[in-house]
Write a protein that binds this ligand. Structure first.
Ligand code: UD1
Length: 421
């Protein structure tokens, strides 16, 4: 198994180019199922999760040609509507094929995703919404079996909780449904916006894009024809590199970013003492010699993203005074705390809040990655810890960070991927 070896203490400098957003690319790949014509996706991040979903499409019978950042997909040849456990268990986001398969083919079977390191993550809201649209849903043998032989029907959906994946699944389902679907309490994340724009560009009338109320007029079963889609920049990858600049007190420039999408991270970094120069699609961070403590609560977009919580915890460890971080979205998203404490952090956990007392120094140690974003917090801490930090189980990182060690090495970090003997 691969691990990362990081020798802490290097100052970073130079520029890094941000890849396409994994969380935008995944629903967009799923949405290609709404079409029976070829479609090209560009600026895909070169990460394992993308390969996993493309493999799932191939297993359904799609014709997929994928080379790093570009995929040409033709879903005209799909001959199966069963998303098997072997793939879905690797990546929860595979559930995103449920809405598009059901709406295009009138039936499908998708394995239940099962447990996940950051909490239960149920899909009840996805299923309830599809039932409101006329689907018959049965859970049997670990699979969701969904049927809507005469097609889905437009409906008024009110999500009890804001759900990104749920909103995406229902937008896709509604695109080919009969009649108009209204989604209230919809997610407003930039990734949801790009999915809606892609579908609207294919001729589906969608009102309220970017708001919490979406209205979608379905095509009554007519498959869509998509234009080429260029995936938006990854706001979580960008935020992570800003944190790399902040924690190592280094001035670095990020290219290919959307400032608007990373506003919440910029605001928190400003409150910690960092300053920024914004250019068209790039940003330079000028770090503070000593970071201020930070208080933050994770919440839906445009609030502070849960996917940046672990990275900011790494910063808070070395800040002046005590920081408080409250996780409101996922009940078990503090798995990195015990690993960060192994590096010398002073973090105390009570329920969904972490109290972090700033320390002067971290010391390299062997640590384990527990989930995707938790892993990047360990890498950030390793960049400044005295001595060598070994981060194990980095398959989590490979799911979502495009060439993390390559990009950090180019900025001057001493980080190497190694194989367990
Ligand atoms: C997406 C992102 C993930 C991010 C999360 C929150 C992708 C591929 N993943 O995950 O990186 O951390 O949004 O911004 O885009 N919930 C239910 N029932 C449901 C669905 C969700 O109770 O049917 C709950 C979840 O357990 C969680 C909350 O709603 O507490 C938000 O989850 P959701 O927005 O659905 O997250 P994902 O789409 O899975």
């Amino acid at each position: 198994m691969d691990y990362l070896e990081i020798v802490g203490g290097n100052t970073l400098s130079g520029e890094v180019t941000i890849s396409g957003a994994k969380n935008a690319a995944l629903p967009i790949i799923a949405a290609t199922i709404l079409s029976d014509k070829p479609v090209t996706l560009t600026n895909l991040p070169n990460v394992v999760d993308i390969c996993t979903l493309l493999k799932l499409l191939s297993m359904l019978g799609a014709d997929v040609a994928h080379d790093k950042t570009v995929a040409a997909i033709n879903n005209g040849s799909i001959n199966s509507t069963k998303a098997v456990y072997e793939i879905v268990s690797k990546m929860r986001a595979s559930i995103l094929v449920l809405g598009p398969l059901l709406t295009r083919f009138g039936e499908c079977e998708v394995s239940l995703p099962g447990g996940c390191a950051i909490g239960q993550r149920p899909i009840d809201l996805h299923l309830k919404a599809l039932e409101s649209m006329g689907a018959t849903i049965e859970i049997k043998g670990g699979y969701v079996r969904a049927e809507a032989k005469d097609g889905l029907k437009g409906a008024k959906i009110v999500f009890d909780k804001i759900t990104v994946g749920g909103t995406e699944n229902i937008v896709m389902a509604a695109a080919l449904a009969h009649g108009t679907t209204t989604i209230l309490n919809a997610a407003k994340e930039p990734e949801v916006v790009q999915l809606c724009e892609m579908i609207a560009d294919a001729g589906v009338k969608i009102e309220g894009i970017g708001s919490s109320e979406l209205t979608i007029e379905g095509t009554c079963g007519k498959a869509l024809e998509f234009k080429t889609v260029e995936i938006i920049p990854d706001r979580i990858e960008a935020g992570t590199y800003l944190c790399a600049g902040a924690i190592t007190h280094s001035s670095i420039t990020l290219n290919k970013v959307n400032h608007g999408h990373i506003r919440a991270s910029i605001d928190k970094l400003e409150s910690m003492g960092c300053t920024f120069e914004l250019f068209d699609d790039s940003i330079t961070i000028h770090p503070s010699p000593k970071l201020n403590a930070v208080n933050l609560i994770t919440i839906e977009y445009p609030g502070f993203p849960t996917d940046m919580q672990a990275q900011f915890m790494a910063l808070a460890i070395l800040a002046k005074g005590e920081s408080l971080i409250e996780e409101r979205l996922f009940e078990n998203r503090f798995m990195h705390v015990s690993e960060l404490n192994r590096l010398g952090a002073d973090i105390w956990l009570k329920g969904s809040t972490a109290a972090i007392k700033g320390v002067d120094t971290l010391y390299g140690a062997e640590v384990m990655a527990t989930d995707l974003r938790a892993s990047s917090a360990l890498v950030l801490a390793g960049l400044v810890a005295q001595g060598t930090t070994k981060v194990g189980r980095i398959y989590h990182l490979d799911r979502g960070y495009d060439d993390l060690e390559g990009k950090l090495s180019k900025l001057g970090a001493n980080i190497t991927r190694k194989k367990e003997a």
